[in-house]
Design a protein around this ligand. Structure first.
Ligand SMILES: [Mg+2]
Length: 391
């Protein structure tokens, strides 16, 4: 029976991290040795506190370091991966970064188990087929409406039929500025393009600020308005959803199944967006996909980083034929692109799919990643708890 022999976290980063809404500037990459089989994952999280959650000293009985629950565990079936997640959640209940740390480990285990059995992760999840998804180019709003217009035109030129504009100045200035931004995005994408808008939680819980933008969102025929408020502001979501012709999307901030379920049940959203690198991995994301399907809410991946994260985030809904829209990172920084040697590219019809290959189906590129690797040491009481492992 294969055991988890090693769990290694790597902190990789661009030389300079900018103060912009771009989560691809650094990464916490995870390597797991399941017997002799390696698997890889990525936590969508600030790397250093995530490494700390892996190795920190036990604080009390509900605050174990994640590695204690993981090392030596026997993983022979998908249920073993799920049970391991339950064990981490119970033993690290009060360690809030544990879900992030677990997410990358869970992904790496699906990768390793898939490689060991010759099955794609989506097949291990019980799906028969990886259905094609319509990728939307996910980018930040330009600083001005004319920047956004140029971005939208460039995306269309690259062959994308769908695009999402988010963060940047949107929602933070005047209503007029936002109206101009929205019309610029629509003009650049063309009338038949799928336009998605991400407010990036900018209104926090200010319902009125959201209401003021609804008319323009409907005018430009946005398919969804994403994260008008912070995750969990359920009353504000629901009130906005009631007044909006454009469906709401949210859920990327969910870091456990219940948070996602509350969004589905009480926020009035039409789309639930799940990041497998945050919610506890592929195992929990699949549970959300099952629940969303049952409740008539469309499941969408949240991915703004690497193609490894993209593959992991596609697996949980790969087999849901009618849940077609998929986030596709288009402005990922070189460090994120260095993680894998291969990419998930649109086919001739412009669609993408979770790879039909064992595990997560991508090859890691340690050589390309090495220049971005940060040397980290965590010491407590003179004892080194963590030193950057060999890549
Ligand atoms: Mg978002």
């Amino acid at each position: 029976m294969p055991r988890i022999e090693a769990v290694d976290f790597f902190y990789v980063s661009m030389p300079k991290v900018e103060d912009i809404g771009d989560g691809s500037q650094d990464a916490c990459v995870v390597r797991v040795a399941l017997g002799s089989q390696l698997g890889w994952g990525e936590c969508e999280a600030a790397p250093l506190p995530t490494i700390a959650a892996l190795v920190c000293p036990m604080s009390h009985s509900a605050c174990h370091p994640v590695i204690e629950s993981v090392l030596g565990a026997t993983i022979a079936t998908p249920d073993d991966i799920r049970a391991l997640g339950d064990r981490v959640r119970a033993r690290s209940l009060d360690l809030l970064q544990a879900e992030h740390a677990l997410s990358g480990i869970d992904m790496a285990l699906w990768d390793a188990l898939g490689r060991a059995t010759g099955e794609p992760a989506w097949a291990l999840l019980g799906y028969r087929k990886s259905w094609p998804k319509l990728p939307y180019a996910s980018v930040l709003f330009g600083d001005t409406a004319s920047d956004t217009l140029a971005k939208a035109k460039a995306i269309r030129k690259k062959g994308f039929r769908a695009a999402k504009f988010g963060w940047g100045p949107f929602g933070a200035g005047t209503v007029k500025q936002d109206v101009d931004q929205l019309h610029a995005a629509r003009e650049g994408l063309g009338r038949d393009g799928v336009l998605l808008v991400d407010a990036g939680t900018v209104w926090v819980e200010d319902l009125k600020a959201g209401l003021k933008r609804l008319k323009a969102l409907a005018e430009v025929k946005a398919t969804w308005l994403e994260e008008p408020f912070v995750s969990g502001a359920l009353d504000e979501y629901k009130a906005l959803a009631k007044r909006s012709k454009v469906r709401l999307a949210g859920g990327e901030g969910a870091h456990n199944f219940h948070m996602a379920r509350h969004m589905i049940d009480h926020a009035g959203i039409g789309y639930v967006q799940i990041d497998a690198g945050r919610i506890g991995g592929i195992s929990v994301a699949k549970r959300v996909a099952d629940y969303a399907k049952k409740k008539g809410v469309t499941y969408v991946n949240h991915t703004f980083t690497s193609h490894l994260a993209l593959s992991a985030s596609l697996q949980p809904f790969a087999g849901l034929k009618d849940h077609v829209i998929c986030e596709y990172p288009l402005e990922a920084k070189p460090v994120a692109l260095a993680i894998t040697r291969d990419r998930i590219l649109p086919d001739t019809g412009g669609m993408v799919a979770a790879p039909d290959a064992p595990g997560l189906g991508l090859t890691i590129d340690p050589k390309a990643l090495k220049p971005y690797l940060l040397d980290v040491e965590i010491k407590v009481g003179g004892k080194a708890l963590y030193r950057t492992p060999r890549l």
